[in-house]
Design a protein around this ligand. Structure first.
Ligand code: C2E
Ligand code: CA
Ligand code: CA
Length: 942
């Protein structure tokens, strides 16, 4: 996980801050809401309390008003009656009083009674009682006794309930002396003294047997016209009191109920007033005092709503107390909603901020990435540019949008290869690089690729600025814009001129003898077949030509002179045959001719005679004049054979027969000449015996690392020790062994023996030696070859990479794919592969690339000619660089001189094998050399 994604995953600081800010705002908002709600509740509560207090005081006020009205009625009536009849002041007619009082009482249901209490002195008592008894029989002034109301005891003064309305329900009060009750006495006195309505303390009402609580409000009635300035005057003038009796419970209940103020359940109301002893007493209670608050309200810090209000009722103090539970959850909904909403909003905004900041950071990271990528890209661009400029191969950029595909850029290698300066190329059409070679078919592929805006590749002939021919492996690639439009082409050219030339030379070498330039054996067979194919049944003549005593020249004048002689002879032969004929060199001093257009033996003999004469012309060599003779054997198609192989064989048989009969002769093949074939039968039998009799032996020739001078391995070469024939070299029996198939068991024996010997040396501490083993074509084609190799390795314990198998190019020609597959199997095992006699077979470079080969072994013929032939020397250089290009090692075989060794060292050849170091030798003789690790080179001649 990268740090960027880590940062992305964490909550951004901004988001956290936003969330807490939102939370704080929410809390403030909720607190505000709560404050407002509390204030609102309290105001509402206060108002409710006030309304109730007002309702109660209004009732008292009404009661007081009723009292005042009654009092006024007495004052006025008393004056009138006094003025009219001179009757006692305040003496209102009873009926009159009733008529006045009844509607008031009806209207104010809480009025228990409207009364007039009259002062009666002890002197007046009897008359008064008598007078009243007329209307109310048994009337007497009464007071409260132990058993209820009883006749009042003698006192100086009485304050008697004289008028009572309504009388029903108030019967007991009639005649009751208010002064008998000390509480009444006190407030009545105060009323007389003040001249104002004065309320009594809470009293037990006489009505209902002192069971009900009530108050009386009294207002004095003075004698009309009396001076009322002083207290004494007022006391003297007081006739009595008008009184309203109020059932407090009724009044409060009624007034509140009438105003519909008792409906609230969670609202409790109580009313208290001072009792007779001055202490406050509860007179009324509505609703339960609220219970304890639920936990969440306690938690929320709420408390009960409570309000006390005092008010004055006719000079005495009353108190109204209301209590209310704080409003429930419902009233907190706004607050709650705000809280929830605030939290949600905070969260939402925080997450928005988080997303935004995450996006910003993502964008930042992206920008960072892009910037880095851009830096890398520009860095890469610089790098690419440098790479292109440093490239050894021409790289060009051509416009795809303009006609002719003008060149826009050419790297320095282009200048080096083609000779044109960059300015000379700029703007010129791409085709100019083809030079005069514009008409070659290969160019068409490139033209088509350009037209179709696609990739293209072709090997084309081109010309440099000075007209030199150049082979270019040209690759064209379109450069497309993102939209798909091709703007440019990149053209890369690989200069394969040298490789092409080497290839041509290799091809030539594969078919022509390097020493003489004549056709070799391979081309010869081809020419014979072709001649047969076009002969239309007419004779084709194969001639085997052997220079007499040529070995003598070699031995006496040296090899170099011998080679010179061969070249001269070859040239003469070539000149002597017709252009349609073929002259070939097939071995040391063995030549072959193919003669066409000779109808019979006579004509063929005549044509051959011309050749023999040319050969026998005196030859100047090393200042000596030599005359060379030659012997020839002739076989004719179709009489002596129907294919090249048979014809060559029969021509050679005829030639041997000619030699037997004396040199410098011509012999035509005859069927009885099968002597050699009979020889072969003898040899074949001997070969079979050789396997059983263990007549084979391996010789080892050291291979030396040129750089270090150490012996790094050996090549195993077979020898046949024949009891009679002595040591037979492989050239003499390998071909036969191949033909007969005996090579398979022989080859297996070689593999086993070579591996075992090499491992023995390795175990003996002679170093990490490698052994090279030759394989014949027949062996290579055996289906169980890989198995045979594996077994040889297993049996010997030799590590696979210490075994090198030598193959020849000709082995692969019949079935390239199968050969490659076999080689892959061997490679997979870990075995090393080398190509023996490299340069003598058909070595196409393109096909060589496909072979999984580790080593190229330069054929002896090149090595021998290194000093004498510039071509061979160049060839060796070419092979070395080619091999190294394909990551192969190069070993040169047949190295005999120090000059050859020097040359090979100079051109980078890796290893060397040849007489200059050591001949192939039996185990006992080669071992000390291996033990020493080094060999000193010594020329063969020395
Ligand atoms: P080759 O594989 O090219 O072996 C190299 C030959 O060149 C050997 O001949 C070796 O003795 C000879 N030679 C080495 N150094 C020099 C030198 O400096 N100058 C000259 N003039 N010759 C040198 P040899 O041993 O007679 O073998 C001839 C051919 O027989 C080999 O050619 C190889 O193709 C074949 N051969 C040898 N042993 C075996 C074998 O065990 N199995 C198979 N299938 N073929 C074998
Ligand atoms: Ca070999
Ligand atoms: Ca060889």
């Amino acid at each position: 996980m990268n740090p960027t994604s880590l940062r992305m995953g964490a909550l951004s600081r901004a988001a956290v801050a936003t969330f807490f800010l939102g939370l704080a705002l929410t809390v403030v908002l909720c607190a505000g809401l709560r404050q407002a709600e509390t204030e609102r509740t309290q105001a509402e509560f206060a108002q409710r309390a006030a309304v109730r207090a007002a309702a109660v005081t209004r009732a008292f006020d009404e009661a007081t008003d009723a009292l005042r009205a009654t009092n006024l009625f007495f004052q006025v009536s008393g004056q009138q009656s006094g003025a009219q009849s001179g009757a006692q002041s305040g003496d209102v007619g009873r009926a009159q009083f009733d008529a006045f009082a009844q509607p008031l009482i009806r209207r104010h249901g809480y009025l228990q009674a409207l009364e007039f209490q009259r002062f009666v002195s002890a002197a007046e008592r009897a008359a008064f009682e008598a007078e009243r008894a007329r209307l109310w029989p048994g009337f007497a002034i009464s007071e409260r006794g132990p058993a209820g109301l009883e006749r009042a005891g003698p006192r100086a003064r009485y304050l008697v309930n004289d008028y009572v309305a309504p009388i029903v329900g108030n019967e007991a009060v009639y005649g009751y002396d208010a002064l008998s009750n000390p509480a009444q006495r006190a407030f009545s006195a105060r009323a007389v003294d003040s001249g104002e309505p004065i309320a009594s303390p809470l009293l037990d009402l006489v009505q209902g047997g002192w069971e009900r609580r009530g108050i009386l409000i009294a207002m004095p009635v003075y004698r009309p016209g009396a001076r009322l300035e002083s207290l004494a005057e007022r006391r003297a003038a007081a006739l009595g009191l008008t009184v309203v009796v109020i059932d407090v419970a009724l009044l409060v209940d009624g007034s509140l109920d009438a105003a519909h103020l008792l409906g609230d359940r969670d609202f409790s109301l109580s009313l208290s007033a001072a009792g007779a002893d001055g202490a406050m007493l509860q007179v009324f209670r509505h609703g339960q005092a609220p219970g304890p608050l639920p936990w969440w309200q306690v938690l929320a810090g709420e408390s009960q709503l409570r309000l006390k209000r005092g008010f004055d009722v006719a000079g005495s103090r009353w108190e109204l107390e209301v209590e209310q539970r704080p409003p429930g959850l419902v009233h907190r909904l706004a607050e709650l909603a705000a809280l929830v909403f605030g939290m949600v909003l905070s969260l939402a905004v925080a997450s928005l901020v988080h997303q935004r900041s995450a996006r910003i950071r993502r964008t930042e990271a992206l920008v960072e990435q892009r910037t880095a990528a851009l830096e890398i890209a520009t860095g890469s661009l610089r790098l690419y540019q440098r790479a292109i400029e440093a490239s050894a191969n021409p790289i060009l950029l051509a416009s795809a949008l303009r006609p002719g595909f003008p060149i826009e850029y050419a790297n320095p290698a282009t200048t080096r290869v083609y000779g044109y300066a960059a300015e000379e190329l700029a703007g010129r059409p791409l085709a100019m690089l083809a030079g005069d070679a514009a008409d070659q078919p290969a160019l068409e592929e490139l033209r088509q690729a350009l037209r179709e805006r696609r990739e293209g590749h072709a090997l084309v002939r081109q010309q440099t600025r000075d007209g030199t021919e150049l082979f270019g492996d040209v690759y064209i690639a379109p450069v497309r814009r993102p939209g798909g439009v091709t703007e440019h082409f990149v053209i890369t050219v690989y200069d394969v001129t040298k490789a092409k030339r080497y290839e041509a030379e290799l091809e030539h070498h594969a078919q022509y003898d390097t020493l003489t330039g004549l056709a070799n054996r391979a081309l010869l067979a081809d020419r014979i077949e072709r001649a047969i194919g076009t002969s239309g049944g007419k004779p084709v003549w194969a001639v085997a030509l052997d220079i007499d005593h040529f070995k003598l020249i070699n031995d006496t004048l040296g090899r170099r002179t011998g080679d010179e002689a061969l070249r001269a002879v070859a040239a003469r032969i070539q000149a002597a045959v017709r252009p349609a004929d073929t002259a070939a060199r097939v071995g040391g001093d063995d030549f072959m001719l193919v003669l066409c257009g000779c109808a019979d033996e006579r004509q063929a003999a005549a044509r051959l005679q011309l050749v023999r004469e040319a050969v026998s012309e005196p030859l100047e060599l090393d200042g000596q004049a030599l005359v060379l003779g030659c012997t020839a054997g002739v076989a004719g198609y179709p009489a002596d054979g129907e294919d090249a192989e048979t014809l060559v064989k029969h021509a050679e048989i005829a030639m041997y027969r000619a030699k037997e009969t004396g040199r410098n002769a011509v012999q035509f093949y005859e069927p009885h000449m099968n002597a050699r074939a009979i020889d072969r039968l003898v040899l074949e039998g001997a070969l079979r015996a050789a396997i059983q009799d263990d007549q084979f032996e391996l010789h080892f020739q050291p291979q030396v690392d040129l750089a270090s001078g150490f012996v790094v391995g050996t090549e195993a070469l077979i020898r046949w020790r024949h009891p009679q024939l002595g040591t037979v070299r492989p050239d003499r029996f390998i071909a036969l062994a191949e033909e007969t198939g005996l090579i398979v068991p022989i080859g297996a024996w070689v593999l086993r023996t070579a591996c075992r010997q090499n491992q023995r040396w390795r175990r003996a501490g002679l170093g990490p030696l490698r052994v090279a083993v030759n394989l014949s074509a027949r062996q290579f084609a055996e289906p169980d070859l890989v198995e045979t190799v594996a077994r040889a390795l297993e049996e010997s314990g030799l590590p696979p990479d210490s075994l090198e198998i030598e193959l020849t190019e000709s082995m692969m020609m019949s079935d390239v794919e199968a050969a490659i597959e076999t080689m892959r199997c061997l490679k997979r095992m870990g075995v090393k592969l080398s190509i023996d006699d490299f340069g003598t077979g058909y070595s196409s470079l393109s096909y060589l690339k496909r072979l999984p080969v580790d080593v190229l072994k330069i054929d002896r013929s090149f090595v021998q000619d290194i000093v004498s032939s510039a071509d061979s020397a160049a060839m060796v250089v070419a092979i070395v660089s080619l091999a190294h290009g394909l990551r192969m090692n190069v070993i040169a075989e047949g190295v005999e001189t120090l000059e050859q060794l020097d040359y090979l060292r100079n051109c980078g050849c890796d290893e060397v094998q040849g007489y200059v170091y050591c001949q192939p030798q039996p185990v006992q003789e080669v071992e000390p050399l291996l033990r020493a690790g080094r060999v000193q080179p010594a020329p063969v001649d020395a």
